[in-house]
Design a protein. Structure first.
Length: 116
């Protein structure tokens, strides 16, 4: 598999959609993961930028991914919406997240600690 530079996971309760691109912007990963497969998948990647839509579980996943060496950036869902190219499916959302996190003017939310 090619080197993944940016990953945009669309978080859900049980099935997560993941969209990964390399440094040139070419899609290298587009897959569905069950909850139990998420951490093993990210552990298999070299450290990369992971964009996550800020939601209830985003801070939990952000802490998990930062613990294994990834750079995590949370974004408000309203900031990701303009990057949707077509209907709002999990795959399209994941692609929009991967696109939005690379934008230089994007506003990010800090990942909260468990205590917060």
């Amino acid at each position: 598999m090619q080197e993944v530079a940016v990953v945009g996971p669309d978080l859900a309760k049980n099935v997560f959609q993941v969209h990964g691109i390399d440094a040139a912007g070419v899609v290298v990963v587009r897959k569905q993961l069950r909850r139990s497969q998420v951490l093993p998948f990210f552990e298999g990647l070299s450290p990369c930028l992971v964009g996550i839509e800020a939601c209830a579980s985003a801070h939990h996943w952000g802490r998990q991914l930062m613990a294994i060496g990834h750079e995590v950036r949370l974004m408000p869902p309203a900031y990701v919406k303009p990057y949707l190219k077509r209907g709002t499916t999990d795959a399209a959302d994941a692609e929009a997240i991967a696109e939005a996190v690379t934008r230089p003017t994007m506003g990010f939310v800090a990942v909260k600690t468990e205590a917060q």
